[in-house]
Design a protein around this ligand. Structure first.
Ligand code: GTP
Length: 211
C-alpha cells in the first residue's frame, strides 16, 4: 500500500501495546529490532527498558504497535504489575538453548495464568538447535496451559517468522478487545444483542461477520 493509502486509513488505526517479557539474554531486543527494522544487529543495550512505536498493516488494517522491550537485570527479576497493567498483550520469550530462561517464563506464567491478558510464547535461537535444552513439546505445553500461540524462531536468521509472532499477538489482542466490547454490550442490554450489529472502531460494515 502507498503512503496515501496508509494516511486514508489513519482514522481506523488500532493501537496495540506489547510488552516483551523474558529472562536476561534470550533475545528480546533482537526479536523486537528484527520486527521493527528487519535487521539483526547482534548486540544491544542491556541497561534499560526501551520503547518503540511502529505502524504496520495487519490483515490489511493499520496497527500502531507500542513495544516495551523489558530488561530484567537477573533471573529473579520478574516483570512488575505496572508492566502487565500497561500492556494489551505479552510476548513471552525464552531461549531454547537455556533451560533457566524457560523456568523463568514458567514462574511468570503462574502469575498471569489467572488474568485474561492475551499472550504468545516464542522460543528463540532456533539456529542453535544442536545446543537445545528445551524441547518443542515443553514449549507447546506451556502455550497450551496459557491457551495461546507458540513458535520456535531465530531472530539471528529469520525475518518473516519473527513478524508472524508479533502479528499473531496483535490478532489475539484485537480479538480480545472485540470480545470484551461485545460482553460489555451484552451486560448493558441484558443479553438482547442477538439482533444488534457490533460496531468496532476501525471496522467497516463489510468487515464485520455477516451473522
Ligand atoms: N544464536 C543466536 N543468538 C541470538 C539470537 N537472538 C539473540 N541472540 C544473541 O543473544 C544475546 C542476547 O540478545 P538480546 O537481544 O540482547 O537479549 P535480551 O533478551 O534483550 O537481553 P537483556 O536486554 O539482557 O534482557 C546477544 O548476543 C544476541 O546476539 C538468535 O536467534 N540466535
Amino acid at each position: 500500500m502507498n503512503a496515501k493509502g496508509m494516511r486514508r486509513k489513519k482514522s481506523s488505526l488500532s493501537e496495540v501495546k506489547v510488552a516483551v517479557i523474558g529472562a536476561p539474554g534470550v533475545g528480546k531486543s533482537a526479536l523486537s529490532v528484527r520486527f521493527l527494522t528487519r535487521r539483526y544487529i547482534g548486540e544491544y543495550d542491556h541497561q534499560s527498558e526501551t520503547r518503540y512505536k511502529h505502524e504496520v498493516l495487519v490483515d490489511n488494517e493499520p496497527v500502531l504497535y507500542e513495544i516495551l522491550d523489558t530488561c530484567p537485570k537477573k533471573f529473579d527479576d520478574l516483570p512488575s504489575s505496572d508492566t502487565i497493567n500497561w500492556a494489551d498483550g505479552l510476548l513471552l520469550v525464552y531461549s531454547m538453548i537455556d533451560k533457566k530462561s524457560f523456568t523463568y517464563l514458567k514462574r511468570f506464567s503462574k502469575i498471569i495464568s489467572e488474568s485474561d491478558i492475551p499472550v504468545y510464547v516464542v522460543a528463540n535461537k532456533n539456529d542453535m538447535v544442536h545446543l537445545r535444552e528445551v524441547s518443542t513439546e515443553d514449549g507447546a505445553l506451556l502455550a497450551r496451559d496459557l491457551e495461546c500461540g507458540f513458535s520456535e524462531v531465530a531472530a539471528a536468521e529469520q525475518v518473516a517468522p519473527v513478524a508472524v509472532v508479533y502479528q499473531e499477538l496483535c490478532r489475539a489482542v484485537l480479538a480480545a478487545r472485540r470480545k470484551s466490547k461485545h460482553s460489555l454490550l451484552e451486560r448493558m442490554l441484558g443479553g438482547r444483542t442477538s439482533n444488534l450489529r457490533l460496531y468496532v472502531r476501525g471496522k467497516s460494515d463489510s468487515a464485520l461477520p455477516k451473522d
